[in-house]
Design a protein around this ligand. Structure first.
Ligand code: ADP
Ligand code: MG
Length: 146
């Protein structure tokens, strides 16, 4: 577990870029924190590192977006999802493909499912620190492969 402190969106993007190195197809990164904590900002930095050049915007009004980088990349946001129980289980099929690296905002409801289906390679939690300051906790995977 590492803790980083940033004081601008660009610094948070840089943290995202660093944590994206070494990710492999099939990996999932869980990104939690309150609204405005910087989840999408951090993911934007990660996607840039993975070679995504399209604008990276929050998928809040859809469940997710797919991007083309050096590998396929998915960005999911479960903010409005209570749990995956009542949802069509095929809902995530387009995003959680084995060839893609996936980033998930508001992952709590889907966490057991994600743990079962994919490799949760990183866990990130962002906290407000007042003004533009943010505290970013990054946990590595527990399976010992990195
Ligand atoms: P979330 O996805 O967690 O709701 P966003 O990344 O969409 O958060 O928004 C974070 C907001 O906070 C943006 O408007 C961004 O410009 C601003 N901001 C200010 N300081 C920082 C920082 N240090 N890191 C990330 N975002 C910051
Ligand atoms: Mg967001």
């Amino acid at each position: 577990m590492t803790v980083e402190r940033t004081s601008s969106p660009a610094e948070t993007e840089a943290v995202g870029a660093r944590l994206a190195t070494g990710l492999r197809p099939g990996d999932v990164v869980l990104v939690s924190g309150e609204l405005g904590a910087g989840k999408t900002t951090l993911i934007r930095g990660a996607l840039r590192e993975l070679g995504v050049t399209d604008p990276v915007v929050s998928p809040t009004f859809t469940i997710g977006r797919r991007y083309r980088g050096r590998v396929p990349v998915s960005h999911l946001d479960f903010f409005r999802l209570e749990g995956l129980g009542g949802e069509d289980p095929g809902l995530l099929d387009d995003y959680l493909t084995s060839d893609a690296v996936a980033f998930v905002e508001w992952p709590t409801a889907a966490e057991p499912f994600l743990e079962r289906e994919r490799t949760v390679a990183r866990r990130v939690e962002l906290r407000h620190g007042g003004g533009d300051r943010r505290e970013i906790h990054v946990g590595e995977s527990s399976d010992g492969r990195r």
